[in-house]
Design a protein around this ligand. Structure first.
Ligand SMILES: [Zn+2]
Length: 240
């Protein structure tokens, strides 16, 4: 009855809304979300629940859109991986060079071509550079992340969001709360007619953007040339 308790904040004082039931004239119960503070803010739970159930439709991945979502995320994944492998080669090359400099200095020191102080200076500098290069190398996307893994994870996301509203309606209260928490990482501020969300789960932002752009298209028009910012597209991966 009150799945949104703990997610809604008061539009007047920004305290969390709590929920409770009151008995109607005929003995039946009505549920409300209301402010725990002194303000008069109070919403019928049924109205707010329905509003957010309808909001879920914005994130629905219909089959055509799901394909598009998948294609965009995989595209970004591939291009990032390619960029990553060039960078990997470049770094490996630089590490190799530094190691050569160091071993060359060691050899010259043993041949007494340079003195201990010079060798120490070269060694300190080389070691510091090597440490930076190795840190950069380990920051690159992991090689083990295969395209297959990403595709598998995307299929799970797509399955979950293909009939999100039906899924939500039939879910237990615990599942409902889990879903709401994953869609909206921050508190929701519902004011009686609509809501403000300061922040949305990033993958869902991508779905939302695709859905919005497709809505503006005529029926039968192809899903090409969507103007999505690369940043938003990249965020589609962050969910994985
Ligand atoms: Zn309040």
């Amino acid at each position: 009855m009150l799945p949104l308790r703990g997610f809604l904040e008061c539009p007047d004082c920004h305290r969390m809304l709590t929920g409770s039931a009151s008995r109607g004239r005929h003995g039946n119960y009505f549920h409300y979300y209301h402010c725990a503070g002194n303000c008069k803010c109070r919403f019928k739970a049924a109205t707010v629940n329905e509003y957010f159930e309808n909001e879920l439709l914005n994130f629905q991945l219909t089959p055509g859109i799901a394909d598009h979502f998948k294609a965009i995320v995989i595209d970004v994944f591939k291009s990032e991986r390619e960029g990553g492998s060039n960078e990997r080669l470049l770094l490996a090359d630089q590490i190799d060079k530094q190691e050569k400099i160091l071993s060359n200095a060691r050899r010259r020191f043993m041949m007494e071509e340079i003195d201990a102080e010079d060798f120490k200076a070269i060694k300190t500098e080389s070691t510091a550079t090597l440490r930076v290069l190795e840190a950069k190398l380990s920051d690159l996307p992991s090689k083990g992340e295969s395209l297959k893994t990403v595709e598998g994870l995307l299929d799970i996301v797509i399955q979950k969001y293909s009939d999100i509203q039906i899924h939500y309606r039939s879910a237990s209260i615990i599942e409902k709360r889990k879903l709401i928490g994953s869609i909206y990482p921050k508190n929701l501020c519902y004011d009686g007619t609509g809501h403000r969300t300061p922040y949305l789960n990033t993958a869902l932002e991508l779905i939302l953007q695709i859905n919005r752009q497709l809505k503006g298209k005529k029926k039968g028009e192809r899903y090409t040339n969507l103007h999505l910012s690369p940043l938003v597209a990249r965020r589609g991966i962050e969910l994985l």
